[in-house]
Unconditional design. Structure first.
Length: 105
């Protein structure tokens, strides 16, 4: 009987430790709050990221035009247009100022 109690306690402690470890990421996700971008983030975005995004849009558009015959033969014009033109355009012109992480999907 004494052996059964020890075994039960070991199993109970193991289950408790595993459940705490697995529950930690879930509780961390709940505590994430959205913050307004700082003035520094907005300045960095305006003077560094936006010009690079505009350049990427222009260069991507040129590459898209050059690759258009090959994309048409491969039947992937929409995918090429999205990757080379639409995504850089959205990153540069439709994203809120100071929001560095951006997912267009």
């Amino acid at each position: 009987m004494h052996k059964l109690v020890k075994h039960s306690i070991v199993v109970l402690v193991t289950v408790a430790l595993v459940s705490v470890v697995l529950a930690a990421p879930a509780s961390a996700q709940v505590q994430i709050e959205k913050r307004e971008p700082s003035a520094g983030a907005m300045t960095y975005d305006l003077f560094f990221l936006r010009p690079f995004g505009a350049a990427a849009t222009i260069v991507g558009s040129a590459i898209f035009v050059v690759s258009l015959p090959f994309s048409a033969l491969g039947r992937n014009v929409p995918a090429a247009g999205k990757a080379l033109v639409a995504d850089p355009f959205a990153f540069t012109f439709t994203r809120p100022l100071g929001v560095i992480r951006f997912s267009p999907d």
